[in-house]
Write a protein that binds this ligand. Structure first.
Ligand SMILES: Cc1cc2nc3c(=O)[nH]c(=O)nc-3n(C[C@H](O)[C@H](O)[C@H](O)COP(=O)(O)OP(=O)(O)OC[C@H]3O[C@@H](n4cnc5c(N)ncnc54)[C@H](O)[C@@H]3O)c2cc1C
Length: 372
């Protein structure tokens, strides 16, 4: 039974391989393969290199090009030269817009040039798309209707959270319809005993942090983009952040997900059960898959208890090896109370002091190259 269910899911995920091609991917970029998922992995590699359009051939890519079948390794050096729009995908027309207005209401279908322009570009201005349409669904049902329609019309889409990502994943490559999750920002429930938060994907991380802190808990992740990034975006990028060292990755902290697949099917995996051994744990496919397998609409997250106190130490070190020794010493002597460990090198410190107003080096006389 479980095997049949998994096969069914994989069949449903298949249209997304086409969705990736709409965003400029062609299987031929990566050698011959019948293994759809390898393309999903490689897409991430493309994103990392997209800004500079770097064309790097590694031993891995050379080898895979010369084989008829292979299990491809995850790589950060996928070769990308020219990204062509796949002509098999439709171009948006006025009937499409009318349909979306019926489903979502006028105010959630944005064609205003200025507003769409903001969603077409990432926050650093490095990646720019040419979408004509921004959709703002407010429920899972609306997301499902959008995707079902786009799938039947062969319209490419890109999900967008807080648009804080650094690799261009949240903005269109060509003219994809942008689906922003910003309107789905409700907290659904909080289990005070087990610290389990259930919320919609468009909740801003900082708002969730404030909410759970008032109840004596903290979010298991914290990062610089917290004031804008969404929990759905965090999950889709498998964001790490400052608390990773203590609380681990979202693969451990996300207990359940609700996801809408490309054909509009709603996959309800929104369990809040911490120990759930029933069959395949499909939610992990969606954590870190950057919207390539489906749109995350809800999540259940395990939140750790708030610490009674926090102490921060700022230290300096001579070289990178000493940083590693310090980390080891901290873990040995402080055990699991080490919540975060970050280092900055001299270059980074100098840049921060040069460009950020009011920033001072707490160890001004330090001759050392690394700080924590
Ligand atoms: C100042 C700063 C500090 C950062 N620090 C860290 C850090 O410490 N650690 C770290 O790992 N990352 C860090 N990041 C990057 C981080 O991964 C992203 O900022 C954040 O997780 C993305 O969330 P977002 O809502 O902005 O998603 P977006 O940028 O909008 O989207 C990111 C990707 O997820 C997809 N996506 C978004 N929402 C959904 C959804 N609901 N369903 C399916 N797919 C979706 C998008 O299509 C895109 O591919 C930092 C970014 C900034 C700007």
């Amino acid at each position: 039974m479980a095997r049949r269910a998994a096969a069914g899911l994989l069949r449903r995920l298949a249209p997304l391989a086409g969705e990736l091609q709409a965003r400029g991917m062609s299987p031929t970029h990566y050698g011959t393969t019948n293994h759809g998922f390898s393309r999903f992995y490689l897409l991430q590699g493309r994103r990392h290199l997209y800004g500079s359009r770097t064309n790097i051939e590694t031993d891995d890519t050379r080898q895979s090009t010369h084989m008829n079948f292979e299990v491809q390794k995850r790589s950060f050096c996928s070769a990308v030269a020219h990204i062509q729009r796949n002509p098999a995908y439709s171009v948006l027309n006025s009937d499409d817009v009318s349909y979306f207005k019926i489903v979502l209401g006028e105010s959630s279908v944005v064609q205003d040039e200025d507003r769409v322009a903001v969603a077409n570009v990432d926050w650093m201005g490095k990646y720019k798309g040419s979408s004509q349409l921004l959709l703002l669904p407010k429920s899972t049902t609306e997301v499902s209707k959008i995707l079902s329609y786009c799938n039947s019309r062969r319209l490419a889409v890109v999900p967008q959270g807080g648009n804080t990502g650094l690799v261009g994943g949240s903005v269109p490559v060509h003219d994809e319809v942008i689906i922003s999750l910003g309107g789905m920002n409700n907290i659904i429930s909080f289990d005070n005993v087990n610290g389990i938060l259930t919320c919609e994907a468009g909740c801003v991380l900082e708002n969730l942090s404030s909410f759970v802190e008032n109840k004596g808990f903290i979010m298991p992740l914290d990062l610089g983009a917290k004031g804008s990034c969404h929990i759905g975006g965090n999950i889709s990028t498998n964001a790490g952040g400052l608390r990773f060292i203590r609380y681990g990755s979202l693969h451990g902290n996300v207990l359940g997900l609700e996801v809408v697949l490309a054909d509009g099917t709603v996959l309800d995996m929104l369990t809040t059960l911490r120990k759930d051994n029933t069959g395949y744990d499909l939610k992990h496919l969606f954590i870190g898959s950057e919207g390539s397998l489906g749109v995350v609409t809800k999540a259940a997250i395990l939140t750790p208890a708030k610490l009674p106190s926090t102490n921060v130490a700022f230290l300096s070190c001579n070289d990178y090896m000493s940083c590693q020794k310090l980390l080891l010493a901290a873990k040995r002597n402080l055990g699991e109370i080490v919540s975060a460990f970050e280092f900055m090198d001299r270059h980074c410190i100098d840049l921060a002091m040069k460009y950020l107003e009011g920033v001072q080096n707490p160890l001004p006389a330090s001759p050392y190259s690394f700080m924590f």
